[in-house]
Design a protein around this ligand. Structure first.
Ligand SMILES: Cc1cc2nc3c(=O)[nH]c(=O)nc-3n(C[C@H](O)[C@H](O)[C@H](O)COP(=O)(O)OP(=O)(O)OC[C@H]3O[C@@H](n4cnc5c(N)ncnc54)[C@H](O)[C@@H]3O)c2cc1C
Length: 498
């Protein structure tokens, strides 16, 4: 019976692959259609002259979410890839040349905090204790929710916990009450960038990411983050998902409030249920006809989009002795930096940025005596740079990068160079405004306020991925695939008699 029911998944990012594999395991016929010639979406990889780069995600956090996902298949994460816990989570470079390492060993971090501000080690512990409470209680009762039936949430324990969540305070105002040293404040606030936000527009309860950072730790999957994509692809193949690449969906045919067919340029697929992993606003406003849109153009215009990113992939013949696996550079005036990136459509004059050197941990990521580096600079969504502006911004970042790494004659050492910017996110992924992370995690774009995992106008249409609940990042997207898996099963049971 189940085999006769077809599910079409549109988009082969982490969300599409994960939900396709879960539903195929359940016995349904699943067809996954991906616009690009390779799968993985923002988590694809790039190999140029034996330099290997993860195109997007590079921080492996919340390891238990991955373990729990593989458990659904009766497997373990280690059946797919090895994981290494980093001893130094990351290195932070400040404008005044100070360098601070954040370690996986909390005791070392407490010492560092105390050395910069007396008593701040204790404050760090207090912040992390609260972050742990928020992390654990939201994992238990909020994160895996589809928010279809809000009455399910009206439970004394959930409501009581919410009161302790600092809902109406920004992360910055919360942290600055506890910690006065600006460098330490930044260390506790930068994680908002993981959520496509800034410390000024992200609510304080997202301090839970600091718990993931300081307490759960930062890991490296051998072979890079693409190992996760490979694991999902293997699960899809093992359970018979039909993966079609170079298959961009252009149209759907709707009858009686149900999608009956999905059309690409080349083929038409009949379907009983559709899961969209493609960009949510793009799909709702460009593919779904107006009368069936749950969220129309005006709805999306009011949303706070996360920044896009200016990405530089470098293959470099240098020891990069100053760099660690993950590195951050924070300028002094980063409030201005965030304002530019969010509210002014121009490039930041003094950009803060991040760089990743996976070959520091995994020699297979670059040729001998060389390193592969990915530099990420947040930039305003919708800011599409000309080739000339792209090149001059590249030069500016490379100059700073070379100064921070004390590299002489960097231009002579660069063997591979590739740039990606908002324009590429638009053309590669149909990303609205070329945004890297979809919509930001402001208070009114979180949980019940976030675009739903289901359409309210088309009965057999569901959405998975970073725009939906719980949100941005590989672990949340894996969780969203489990939410959609349950919604899809429930729909097919009720409506298709399964
Ligand atoms: C630069 C960068 C750095 C990041 N760093 C981290 C990190 O360190 N750690 C972390 O956990 N997360 C990180 N993230 C976030 C994380 O990568 C994303 O949240 C996640 O990969 C998004 O997955 P997704 O399935 O929602 O969407 P996507 O990866 O965008 O997948 C959507 C897919 O749909 C396809 N598609 C679009 N339109 C169509 C169509 N019409 N027909 C068919 N297919 C279509 C696209 O081509 C794409 O493959 C980062 C993201 C970026 C961009």
């Amino acid at each position: 019976m189940k085999k006769q029911k077809t599910i079409v998944v549109i988009g082969g990012g982490i969300g599409g692959l994960a939900s396709a594999s879960l539903l195929a395991k359940e016995g349904f016929k699943v067809i996954l259609l991906e616009k690009n010639q390779d799968i993985g979406g923002r988590a694809r990889f790039l190999k140029i002259n034996n330099f290997v780069f993860d195109r997007g995600p590079s921080w492996y956090m919340m390891p238990e979410v991955f373990e729990n996902f593989f458990k659904l298949f009766g497997k373990k994460r280690k059946d797919f890839y090895d994981l290494e816990k980093l001893k130094i989570n990351y290195r932070v470079f400040f404008e005044d040349n100070t360098i601070i390492d954040v370690f996986s060993d909390l005791k070392k971090n407490i010492k560092i905090f105390d050395s910069l501000e007396k008593g701040s080690g204790k404050k760090l512990l207090k912040i992390l204790q609260k972050a742990e409470f928020i992390y654990k209680s939201s994992m238990e009762s909020l994160v895996y929710q589809d928010y279809k039936d809000l009455l399910k949430l009206v439970k004394p324990k959930i409501l009581f916990n919410l009161l302790k969540f600092n809902l109406f305070q920004s992360l910055h105002s919360y942290i600055k009450k506890e910690i006065k040293n600006e460098k330490l404040q930044k260390i506790l606030e930068y994680t908002t960038v993981f959520l496509g936000g800034s410390p000024y527009n992200t609510p304080a309860f997202y301090q839970l990411v600091s718990y993931a950072d300081f307490k759960l730790g930062i890991y490296y999957p051998k072979g890079g983050m693409y190992s996760i994509v490979k694991a999902l692809e293997k699960l899809c193949k093992d359970y018979g998902v039909i993966i079609k690449t170079n298959a961009e969906v252009k149209k759907v045919k709707i009858l009686n409030k149900e999608i009956k067919e999905v059309h690409t340029n080349k083929s038409i697929y009949k379907t009983n249920l559709v899961i969209v992993n493609a960009d949510y606003p793009y799909f709702e406003t460009k593919i779904i006809p107006p009368e069936y849109q749950t969220y129309n153009k005006e709805y999306w215009q009011k949303k706070v989009f996360s920044p896009s990113v200016f990405l530089i992939y470098l293959g470099i013949k240098d020891a990069l002795l100053k760099s660690q696996h993950h590195n951050l550079y924070f300028t002094k005036n980063w409030e201005k930096h965030f304002k530019t990136v969010y509210y002014e459509k121009k490039l930041p004059e003094e950009p803060s940025f991040y760089w990743h050197v996976p070959s520091k941990t995994d020699k297979n990521m670059a040729p001998k005596d060389a390193h592969s580096v990915m530099i990420l600079v947040p930039m305003a969504p919708g800011l599409f740079l000309t080739k000339k502006d792209e090149e001059s911004f590249y030069q500016k970042i490379i100059e700073k990068f070379s100064q921070l790494n004390e590299i002489k004659n960097i231009q002579d050492k660069i063997i591979v160079k590739k740039i990606s910017q908002a324009k590429n996110f638009l053309s590669d992924y149909n990303a609205t405004k070329g945004s890297a992370f979809g919509i930001a995690h402001t208070l009114f774009q979180t949980a019940i306020f976030r675009p739903k995992n289901f359409s309210k106008k088309i009965r057999n249409l569901f959405y998975v991925g970073q725009y939906t609940n719980p949100g941005v990042g590989v672990p949340p997207v894996l969780i969203s695939s489990q939410i959609v898996y349950n919604l899809a099963k429930e729909y097919l049971r009720k409506n298709e008699g399964l």
